[in-house]
Design a protein around this ligand. Structure first.
Ligand SMILES: NC(=O)c1ccc[n+]([C@@H]2O[C@H](COP(=O)([O-])OP(=O)(O)OC[C@H]3O[C@@H](n4cnc5c(N)ncnc54)[C@H](OP(=O)(O)O)[C@@H]3O)[C@@H](O)[C@H]2O)c1
Length: 271
């Protein structure tokens, strides 16, 4: 049986849908399971029952400080070894993302996955096209960001989900493989052009000040978001890889269209 963790999350739910579309039986694990899913909270090791699971799609549970994220992943991987899981697919971070504030927890988890003695496949996922679009800010004059002219090899979540379904369906063909799953490079200017508006770049200092003033953000988020901005702006996240196209059994989604749709939906007055 395949289990996909974080079943209520966006990537995991798309992965479960992809598996269902391919008629591959799979189980969701979630902190708030719906019917037919298994309760799974990485912060509560007593909840981690992986009996009967042969292939585990471990969707990273970020959104916390590194020590908490690594402890979560370690707890689940320990349970996987204990309960006889054969293969783990871990959704990590693109290889060019080492300067990002959340890279360390991913790299530490990759080491744990490889040291566990199970079969493994690492998905080094690029940043989502949906995230790129959502990080552009609307002003009366158009879009604003701290990305400058820097390109991001953005990837649609749906493509990462489809790739996960392909590998989870035939894990033995992907043992000890690390895939760098990025799309075609896009810039904030490209998104603005697609929406027929202007794009204005702000400085990283101004961007960080805005993040720090945003009460809705958790303490770890301003440095995390600022690290995305400087990495894109200075060209660290724009490289390409053939791995996504190699895994997908259909053409990749147009990441620019996804980013533009996301930005358009956030335009004041949209809907
Ligand atoms: N590549 C990128 O651009 C990017 C951007 C943002 C995040 N990420 C990473 O990729 C992951 C998947 O992205 P996403 O868009 O699907 O995020 P998402 O929609 O926020 O889903 C994340 C899911 O992680 C699960 N989770 C969180 N804490 C957990 C815990 N303590 N125990 C068990 N499960 C826990 C939750 O699933 P349940 O609610 O079902 O328990 C949550 O819904 C994120 O968690 C994050 O690590 C990547």
């Amino acid at each position: 049986m395949i289990m996909v963790t974080g079943a209520n999350g966006q990537l995991a739910s798309l992965t479960l849908q992809e598996l269902a579309d391919r008629r591959v039986p799979a189980l969701g694990g979630s902190r708030t399971p719906s019917d037919g899913q298994r309760h799974l909270d990485f912060d509560d090791p007593t909840s981690l029952d992986l009996t009967g699971v042969s292939t585990l799609v471990l969707v990273s549970a970020g959104y916390a400080e590194d020590d908490q994220v690594i402890a979560r992943h370690r707890a689940l991987l320990d349970a996987a070894v204990r309960d006889g899981v054969a293969h783990v697919i871990y959704t990590s971070l693109t290889g060019t993302g080492d300067h990002l504030g959340f890279a360390l927890a991913h790299r530490a988890t990759e080491d744990l996955v490889k040291a566990g003695g199970l079969g493994w496949t690492i998905f080094r996922n690029g940043l989502y096209a949906e995230l790129f679009g959502a990080l552009l800010t609307w002003t009366p004059d158009g879009l604003e960001s701290a990305f400058g002219d820097g390109a991001l090899s953005a990837v649609a979540r749906a493509d990462l989900a489809a790739a996960a379904a392909v590998v989870a369906g035939h894990p033995t063909a992907h043992v000890a493989k690390t895939y760098d799953l990025v799309g075609a490079p896009i810039t904030a200017g490209d998104v603005a052009e697609r929406l027929d508006v202007a794009h204005r770049t702000i400085g990283l200092g101004e961007y960080r000040a805005r993040l720090l003033a945003d009460d809705a953000l958790l303490p770890f988020q301003p440095p995390m978001l600022a690290s995305i901005a400087t990495s894109v702006r200075h060209g660290f996240l724009g490289s390409s890889s053939p791995d996504l196209v190699g895994l997908l059994d259909r053409p990749p989604t147009d990441a620019l269209a996804v980013a533009a749709d996301t930005a358009a939906a956030m335009r004041p007055g949209a809907r």
